[in-house]
Design a protein around this ligand. Structure first.
Ligand code: GLP
Length: 241
């Protein structure tokens, strides 16, 4: 595990974008695992800048997002599809056919999850997975007490996650209570992982993820077992290390 601790959010975002960019330069047809939430927004901005500067190209890139809310369709402004389109995809030359995000409106959820896993395998697996972290240590939407063996599946969201994510919705009642998420096993299969965290409200989860017991109670702690993981965190998120 490597820990890169950087002064502030902007520099953290730049560093994370450098890691993604170097992945794309070394392997233009990379398979990227992408995350949502407010943390990676700065990184996406930097990636768009690098694309506009001609440093990186997305033509051959395939992406798989970590998760999607259950019951929200792609046009819904709170859906992760909408977020990805607005914050990254519409600004770069990615082939939308190579963009994969779980379908939150799927009728047959089990099939949707199995197909998602199959698509990841058929693309040769994820080369670089980007992660954020929840205050309760969740990654993707793998909430505390998740089974580490889980692949993509339907999850019930934790009360704290619903509260935290309600800031993006008109009211807390509007926050979906379920989501489809890559499982811990899916994430652990990625060849490289970078986890981004910013702000003091993430400090406890970061401390436990890095130095705590490896336990499903703090899902991110499983990353201690990953052979190639980098935590890219700002000073506030690192304040308990
Ligand atoms: C959501 C996402 C996670 C993300 C987390 C933290 O629950 N499913 O992938 O890491 O929020 O979000 P933020 O970066 O806004 O703190």
């Amino acid at each position: 595990m490597r820990i890169i601790c950087i002064d502030n959010y902007e520099d953290m975002s730049r560093k994370a974008a450098h890691i993604v960019s170097s992945q794309l330069i070394l392997k233009p047809n990379s398979v990227l695992g992408l995350a949502t939430g407010s943390t990676p927004l700065g990184m996406y901005k930097q990636l768009i800048k690098s694309y506009n500067d001609g440093l990186i190209d997305f033509q051959k890139v395939t992406t798989f997002n970590l998760d999607e809310y259950y019951g929200l369709d792609r046009k819904n402004q709170q859906s992760y599809f909408y977020y990805m389109y607005e914050n990254l995809f519409k600004h770069i030359n990615i082939d939308i056919k190579r963009v994969n995000i779980p379908n939150g409106m799927a009728k047959d959820i089990e099939k949707e999850c199995l197909d998602y896993e199959k698509s990841i395998r058929n693309c040769g697996g994820i080369d670089l997975q980007v992660l954020g972290i929840g205050r309760n240590g969740h990654i993707g939407f793998n909430e505390p007490d998740i089974r580490f063996e889980a692949l993509t599946h339907m999850v019930k969201l934790d009360k704290q996650t619903i509260e935290d994510n309600s800031r993006f919705f008109n009211s807390i009642e509007k926050v979906p209570t379920k989501a489809i998420s890559m499982g811990i096993k899916t994430i652990m299969h990625a060849k490289k992982v970078i986890l981004l965290a910013s702000g003091k409200e993430k400090a406890e989860a970061i401390e436990e993820a890095i130095y705590g017991k490896i336990t499903p109670k703090l899902p991110a702690s499983v990353l201690q077992l990953h052979p190639d993981v980098i935590f890219v965190i700002d000073k506030a998120a690192a304040s308990k290390l």
